[in-house]
Design a protein around this ligand. Structure first.
Ligand code: URP
Ligand code: ZN
Ligand code: ZN
Length: 459
């Protein structure tokens, strides 16, 4: 059965037109005005609403063994939450640690998602060591359609790579045409500063930020850029949080380094005072890089509006209150992460577009199109064109609501954005032509999501 989305304002990067979209066999087949459709077509009236391409979250954690525990979501809960919030594709960090076998890790992550995700998904493959088998294993993973890597300069002895391993990863990535995403913080400095603070009796969550100051992130960003410059590889800094790190990235871009930048929702909307709240309230807001001094938010929004930041992800990473309390005696034991997969699009629209910080074109670009282009999904995803997957978001700008753990679908008992007002939300969300969400409720097919195979780009 075909699907017609009628009389909406269709917004893609560089275009805004009123019209109809017809989809059959999972793809958009016609776009126009007053389209004639066969009997039996499912019709959705989008009058007075925007129709956006399905949104893409380029940075999430769902299955994640980390800091002596596991992130709370399953692929079922996270994908349903994503869809309710308008995200129709997510890219999950596949994160075996340094003692794990990379290929076995990749198969494990695939098995966790397979048949469980309600929306489409892909992986960034983490390279957490570089041994004798690494090159052949990574070649196999890229041949399987996972054409982006992830490295961590932080998390020493767990996910973190040393400079030699970073060099080897980037050299191979250049050969294979694979983009490398990177968490940029100097692991050695973090370890030393953490030890010093704990020794001084500074154990609460308010000390998390001072243990990973802006200079530590700027150093990591600059070093990653220097390694890109000297290997010719293409890179992407994940969850860039502050002005100093942004300056390091922009300086590299100016000298021709192939580098893109991601901001994430927590750094745009929350500041370090949230992590300075006493007890578990502070712990709920511990992530890395940490929430920063407030002026950095304006810096990030400004960079977004000028196209200097490429994408907005979430770094979705849910740990519940009981897990956060693992860090009661020392902030170094608080599982790092803040969930956001459900709220990204609504909050970005409400605090970005509605507040005049970014225009609608930029909103679609940073929340969908740019990620599709960077990660080999365009034009299948990230736009509305004949031939694109019919991942569509009918967006109601008249909706008003409040973010709350009480109403969320993410599997967690708190929401880091609790109480924030929402001005607009998806009223209908489709995945490859099937309605999955109506008015904030999941009404679709669990397990509909597919692993997206992505060709290397030979940058
Ligand atoms: O605090 C965070 N960001 N947790 C998830 C792991 C990572 O560094 O992305
Ligand atoms: Zn990270
Ligand atoms: Zn992350």
């Amino acid at each position: 059965m075909g699907l017609l989305i009628r009389n909406g304002e269709i917004v893609t990067v560089g275009s805004r037109v009123k019209g109809d979209i017809y989809a059959e066999n999972e793809t958009v087949t016609r776009i126009g005005k007053n389209l004639e459709v066969p009997p039996g077509t499912e019709i959705i009236d989008a009058t007075g609403k925007f129709v956006f391409p399905g949104f893409i979250d380029p940075h999430v954690h769902i299955y994640l063994p980390f800091m002596a525990t596991f992130a709370k979501d399953t692929h079922e809960t996270a994908s349903i939450a994503a869809l309710i919030g308008g995200t129709t594709t997510y890219i999950e960090m596949c994160c075996p640690n340094r003692t794990d076998d990379a290929l076995a890790g990749y198969e494990l992550w695939k098995s966790k998602a397979n048949g469980k995700s309600a929306c489409d998904y892909a992986f960034h493959m983490s390279v957490t060591k570089f041994g004798e088998e690494t090159e052949s294993q990574l070649r196999e993973i890229v041949a399987d359609g996972t054409s982006s890597f992830k490295i961590f300069l932080a998390y020493k002895n767990f996910f973190g790579v040393n400079d030699g391993e970073m060099y080897q990863t980037l050299t191979l990535a250049k050969k294979l045409g694979v983009i490398v995403t990177a968490h940029c913080e100097n692991a050695e400095l973090v370890t030393r500063l953490q030890a010093q603070l704990i020794a001084e009796g500074k154990t609460g969550p308010e000390w998390h930020e001072p243990s990973r100051p802006e200079s530590v992130e700027a150093e990591g960003t600059g070093r990653f850029a220097t390694f890109l410059e000297n290997t010719g590889a293409t890179g992407y800094v994940v969850h860039l949080s502050c002005e100093r790190a942004l300056n390091a990235a922009l300086a590299a871009k100016e000298r021709g380094v192939h580098l893109s930048v991601e901001a994430v929702l927590p750094h745009l909307l929350l500041d370090k005072s949230f992590a300075e709240r006493p007890g578990v309230e502070g712990m709920k807001h511990v992530m890395s890089p940490p929430l920063r001094a407030k002026h950095n938010q304006d810096v990030l929004w400004n960079a977004l509006s000028r196209g200097l930041v490429d994408t907005v992800g979430t770094d979705h990473c849910p740990f519940d209150v009981e897990q956060k309390l693992l860090g009661t005696d020392a902030f170094t034991n608080i599982p790092n992460g803040i969930p956001g997969i459900e709220d990204r699009v609504n909050l970005l629209y409400s605090f970005g577009v509605q507040k005049g910080r970014i225009d609608l074109d930029r909103f679609v670009n940073v929340a969908s199109t740019r990620a599709a282009k960077l990660f080999g999904l365009f034009p299948r995803k990230g736009t509305i064109e004949v031939g694109s997957d019919a991942d569509l978001v009918v967006f109601d700008t008249n909706y008003r609501g409040i973010v709350s753990a009480r109403t969320q679908h993410v599997n967690n008992d708190y929401n880091g954005f609790e109480g924030m007002p929402i001005e607009g939300r998806p009223s209908v969300v489709t995945v490859r032509g099937k309605v999955q969400v109506r008015d904030g409720e999941f009404v679709g097919e669990r397990g509909r999501g597919r692993l997206l195979k992505r060709e290397p780009a030979y940058f």
